[in-house]
Design a protein around this ligand. Sequence first.
Ligand SMILES: [Zn+2]
Length: 136
Amino acid sequence: MARCEHCDAPLSDSDWHPKKDGKKGTDKDSVAQRRPHCVKCGMVRNISSNAAKGTGFYTNVLSEIRERVNVQSKRTGGVVAKFTTSQMRLIVKELEEDEEFEDKYIHDKLAQQERFIEAVRKYRPDLRPEFIREFL
Ligand SMILES: [Zn+2]
């Protein structure tokens, strides 16, 4: 199936989504959130602070990880392998080629973070998920 280009439908009353406490909301009810859905595929977009972030954010995170790893590499005399520019390039490429990665309709922040960790560990299986998570 080709990727949907997603287009928000105008918000209507059917777009109210209860928050985690499960309460149904109305206009004046602050526990509810109104979230737009896509006119083409019907998926609901995540608009909370939990929404997926752009690949650029993860490229910056990757630079920070790389810096830290390379300090450790130096300190341990190479026991921790250097984080090379080509590893970094491959990971960014992997994220960019994943058409669903930035899709706010599919991923929330946590699912996206897991995907990021998976992509990093594909090239650096020696980096523990907990270590990577510290940067997120
Ligand atoms: Zn769509």
